[in-house]
Design a protein around this ligand. Structure first.
Ligand SMILES: [Zn+2]
Length: 173
């Protein structure tokens, strides 16, 4: 399943200080879903709003959020995570302006530049930004319980010691 392309005119959005928002099934975001556990019935909510400052510079603020299921890397159980992003971008007209920005000092106060377009694919950018917002090592803040491996007594019916039990022994020695 591919997500339907959804285009906006970024220049008009900025000039008219408009906002657009909508929802799209997460199932269409195949690049984001790569490497994630199975997700069912999830929906991405997104919005874009435009503005123009007194210098005539155009900006676009993109926001998106979706609840995703992640696997905790500490206790290996699944948990729901509210994945969200917000990014204010300066719209520019040429690639050269983007290259100039990238070559310059990395000032966090200066918004990233984005090539504006009359047919801008919003959901592609939403997907890029949500991928960047994914936690690198997903973890519960506090795991709800010890991993099963630690709770299973040694010599249980699996017949072999869990890697955690082996580690614990190594630590004791
Ligand atoms: Zn956990």
């Amino acid at each position: 399943m591919r997500k339907a392309a959804l285009t906006v005119d970024t220049w008009e959005l900025a000039r008219l200080v408009q906002e657009q928002h909508g929802e799209a099934p997460l199932a269409g975001f195949s690049r984001l879903l790569e490497g994630l556990p199975e997700q069912t019935g999830r929906v991405v909510s997104w919005s874009v709003s435009g503005e123009t400052n007194t210098l005539g510079q155009c900006f676009m603020t993109l926001r998106a959020r979706v609840d995703v299921t992640l696997e905790c890397q500490r206790c290996l159980s699944m948990f729901d995570y509210s994945l969200q992003m917000e990014n204010r971008l300066r719209l520019v007209e040429t690639e050269a302006e983007i290259e100039a920005e990238e070559a310059g000092v990395d000032d966090p106060d200066i918004p990233d530049h984005l090539l504006g377009s009359s047919f801008f694919d919003v959901l592609e950018l939403v997907e890029d930004e949500l991928i960047l917002a994914l936690p690198y090592v997903p973890k519960h803040e506090v795991c709800p319980s010890l991993p099963q491996e630690l709770e299973t007594p040694e010599g249980s019916d699996t017949g072999r010691p869990s890697p955690f039990a082996v580690l614990a022994k190594l630590k004791k020695d």
